[in-house]
Design a binder for this molecule. Structure first.
Ligand code: HEM
Length: 128
């Protein structure tokens, strides 16, 4: 992968279309995961929509999430849920498999997972 520092990770990943494919590959894995599935509502579409908006912004694309919902405060938004270190790892594993499924090349995939690993562990609010 050639890492062009002048373009965003959002663009490097392939922009809006690619972000949608990633989110669409990610949530079925989350729902099927024994540690994660039970935390999520049956109608996953609103969650997918918000995640698309958030990741777009997080990866340096348009600020869709903040424009719609204000300051992300992501740790606070996750407080109603018991997020254990094990669940953070499960979330990252689902994302890793989603990135693989949509064909994101290895080096870029690892870079994306590293970028998400900080927030995922920061959202932990419950011991194992
Ligand atoms: C660490 C493990 C994580 C778990 C177990 C988890 C779980 C959840 C749950 C249960 C919801 C609420 C779904 C609903 O009922 O609406 C949620 C919402 C959300 N999560 Fe996570 N999450 C994790 C990590 C992350 C990470 C790393 C990100 C992004 C970097 C993220 C982004 C979001 C967004 C954007 C929403 C929607 C927030 C809103 O309602 O405004 N989550 N998450």
């Amino acid at each position: 992968m050639t890492m062009n520092r002048n373009i965003s990770l959002y663009e490097t990943l392939g922009g809006d279309r690619s972000l949608r494919l990633i989110v669409e590959a990610f949530y079925p894995k989350v729902q099927a995961h024994p540690l994660l599935g039970p935390l999520f509502p049956e109608d996953i579409n609103p969650v997918m929509e918000k995640q698309h908006m958030f990741l777009t912004q997080f990866f340096g694309g348009p600020t869709l999430f903040s424009d719609a919902f204000g300051h992300p405060m992501m740790r606070a938004r996750h407080m109603p849920f018991e997020i254990t270190p094990e669940r953070a790892e499960a979330w990252l594993d689902c994302m890793n498999r989603a990135l693989q499924e949509v064909g994101i090349e290895d080096e870029l995939r690892q870079f994306v997972i590293e970028r998400l690993s900080g927030p995922a562990h920061h959202f932990v609010n419950t011991p194992e």
